[in-house]
Write a protein that binds this ligand. Structure first.
Ligand code: MG
Length: 392
């Protein structure tokens, strides 16, 4: 990217699913990449091991107690920084920042990277969804660019490269969804599903939050908003289609009638490699399709009467302002309650819907307004979870 040396990488959220897969990608090509900063919330053991292998200049830990524990275990020459703001501080210290933080907590990292004019390899879609207007502003002012580390948006990004004028020539973005573990089921059949059922994703291996989001199709709903924010295409031109094999990662239909799709075996290391190497394509072993074994690709419409979260996301996206922030915050609260066993699976959509009903329509002028919307929505969602627990 710059002087011909290795691309420097700051990896925030290094111990989660995307973080560890990013390190796998980097490990295959140490001449091309050098990790200069690692950050995580609290995973001391994993961070110490990563630091020993990668020898970064800085390690940031959001949780001060975890930082104290990590203190003596870093290699010589690696600086330790503690506190939530430390994660954002390392976001502008490399050519590429990988934001693999889970949930709304990733917002400061996204903003810091964009304000610093960096390449942001973004796996944290929540920051883009909750902080839409603020993220747009940071991007415009700082001159940073976003490379999506979300398989669908990485696919769209690649499809758009076949058009010279971008969004003007786009007739439709078609986001594919595996349909998750509950595809084809009725609401009655889903009344008693367990956390283990929801975590058994048929095609993708991911962290627990996004896997639950995939089971409700909220993940796809969040991705619809993400696509709107990333590619500046209105909601009427963003569609979702269920594609159980997860081979076609998304498609763009252009105004001349041509549809361009991106295909590979489902493997997150492929979008990670793409985001790191862009605008080049560097050789990697991921994603190859064996066409002799791939007999069919199926497509069907999503059932939004069962998977209510998808419809709610479109509504929140179209409402704009703080509605996507409310959608995201209420969903995070509901998913956490589901994972903790205090809310049923169908309750996730109900809690999000109730929160959106009391949504106050605030405008998101700055980061404080985003934080305020997020906090207010969390209280509304927690109250809705509480009401359900009392009624049960
Ligand atoms: Mg995705």
């Amino acid at each position: 990217m710059t002087s011909g040396g290795p691309t420097t990488v700051s990896l925030v959220g290094s111990t989660g699913s995307i973080g560890t897969q990013t390190i796998e990608v980097i490990r295959t090509d140490p001449d091309r990449y050098r990790v200069v900063a690692l950050g995580a919330r609290a995973s001391v053991e994993a961070l110490a091991e990563q630091a020993r292998e990668l020898r970064p200049e800085v390690v940031a830990v959001a949780d001060p107690a975890a930082a104290a524990e990590l203190g003596g275990r870093l290699p010589a020459g690696t600086e330790l920084r503690a506190g939530p703001e430390a994660l954002a501080a390392i976001a502008a210290e490399a050519e590429v920042t990988v934001n693999a933080v889970v949930g709304f907590a990733g917002l400061p990292v996204t903003l810091a990277a964009l304000r610093g004019g960096r390449r942001l390899a973004l796996a944290n879609k929540e920051s883009l969804i909750a902080g839409g207007p603020v993220v747009r502003q940071a991007r415009a002012e700082g001159g940073g660019e976003i490379l999506p580390v979300d398989s669908e948006h990485c696919a769209v990004h690649q499809c758009l490269r076949s058009s010279r004028s971008g969004a003007d020539e786009v007739a439709r973005i078609v986001l594919t969804a595996s349909g998750g573990p509950f595809r084809g089921r009725t609401l009655a059949e889903l009344a008693e599903v367990t956390v283990a059922d929801a975590l058994a994703h048929p095609t993708w291996k991911m962290g627990p939050k996004i896997t639950v989001d995939s089971s409700t199709l909220m993940n796809k709903g969040l991705e619809v908003i993400e696509a709107h924010e990333l590619f500046d295409v209105d909601y009427g031109r963003i569609e979702v289609v269920i594609h159980p094999q997860s081979i076609v990662h998304s498609m763009v239909e252009f105004t001349d009638g041509a549809t361009v799709a991106q295909l590979s075996m489902p493997d997150m290391r492929l979008p990670i490699s793409y985001a790191l190497a862009y605008p080049d394509r560097w050789p990697s072993p991921y994603g190859r399709i064996d066409w002799s074994r791939l007999s069919r690709l199926d497509f069907e419409a999503p059932d939004t009467s069962v998977f209510r979260c998808l419809a709610l996301a479109y509504e929140a996206g179209r409402a704009g302002g703080s509605a996507p922030a409310w959608l995201n915050a209420a969903n995070e609260v509901a998913v956490a309650a589901f994972l903790a066993g205090s809310l049923g699976w169908a309750g996730i959509g109900e809690v999000v819907e109730e929160a959106l009903q009391v949504h106050d329509g605030a405008v998101l002028a700055d980061v404080d307004a985003v934080l305020e919307a997020d906090a207010t929505a969390r209280r509304a969602a927690a109250a809705a979870v509480e009401r359900r627990a009392r009624a049960a």
